[in-house]
Design a protein around this ligand. Structure first.
Ligand SMILES: [Fe+2]
Length: 277
């Protein structure tokens, strides 16, 4: 059952659907439509859904890749030291970002299933970058249409307050993407930027920094943001071209947080180029 949108036209909650069971063609069509319309979908009570089942479900949307779990636990299931390499790496998730903008073809979708949760904190927030675009003043839309931005892991880590060895910073080479792209589920324009965005190409550093801050402030405010308060066995699906996301803090050294993760691969983001006049 689809519950009313958590925000207008954005983020929906589905209950009473066991994704471990085969979907009827009608249910599958309905779920795809909901996913296209809302960008973030919360499927509650998926306790029967195995990792393989999550992969089978994700494959309905495209080619999948398995990913490391999102967690503060080590391979033995113990809470990691807060300053070890993986913990530092995870701190980058606390800053507004879109996944893997450092790739030529960033992921199209993300899937997370909650296996262990902290008593408080650790929510995931999503911000709708298609509605953000629609709300921009026309002069600002015209100013940024056609611009391109560079993205690097180093930029994301600096924004998260981290300085790390070059072997992390240089894991991916900086990548260029259009600042405004076309979100493929709805073919609507969407902003494409986040923590990884180092600068806007061809713009001086101060102006580029100011513009990125202005866009971030406009995109992550009020009803453009959905804050997901996790429950055990939630499966959360998001469209990585439709939303930015970030994790809220929790007690990393006392609480346990463990979420299975999977992605659907994406294409190279096309540029949206139409100006208003
Ligand atoms: Fe992420």
């Amino acid at each position: 059952m689809l519950l009313p949108p958590l925000q207008p036209d954005f983020a929906a909650e589905v209950t009473g659907t066991d994704l471990a069971q085969p979907l009827t063609p009608e249910n599958l069509a309905a779920l795809k439509e909901i996913t296209a319309r809302h960008g973030v979908i919360v499927f509650r009570d998926q306790k029967n859904l195995s990792y393989d089942g999550m992969r089978r479900f994700a494959r309905l949307f495209g080619q999948t890749s398995d990913c490391a779990s999102i967690t503060n636990l080590d391979a033995q299931g113990n809470i990691r030291d807060r300053d070890d390499r993986d913990s530092r790496h995870a701190r980058g998730d606390t800053v507004w970002h879109m996944d893997m903008l450092t790739l030529e073809a960033p992921h199209l979708m993300g899937f997370l299933k909650a296996k262990e949760l902290p008593a408080s904190g650790g929510e995931t927030e999503f911000a709708d970058v298609t509605q953000a675009w629609q709300r921009l003043p026309e002069t600002l839309r015209d100013k940024i249409t056609g611009l391109r931005a560079m993205h690097s892991l180093d930029a994301a880590r600096r924004r998260a307050g981290l300085t790390d060895p070059a072997d992390i910073a240089n894991q991916y080479k900086p990548t260029s993407h259009p600042l405004v792209t076309i979100e493929p589920f709805s073919n609507r324009p969407a902003l494409l930027f986040g923590a990884h965005t180092s600068h806007i190409e061809g713009m001086d550093t101060a102006e580029s920094g100011q513009l990125l801050e202005q866009l971030l402030a406009l995109a992550t405010t009020g009803a453009l943001v959905y804050k997901h308060r996790w429950r055990l066995n939630d499966l959360l699906v998001w469209n990585n071209r439709r939303v930015m996301h970030r994790v809220r803090p929790y007690d990393l050294v006392k609480e346990r947080r463990f979420l299975w993760r999977m992605v659907v691969e994406g294409e190279r983001p096309p540029a949206y180029l139409r100006k208003s006049a």
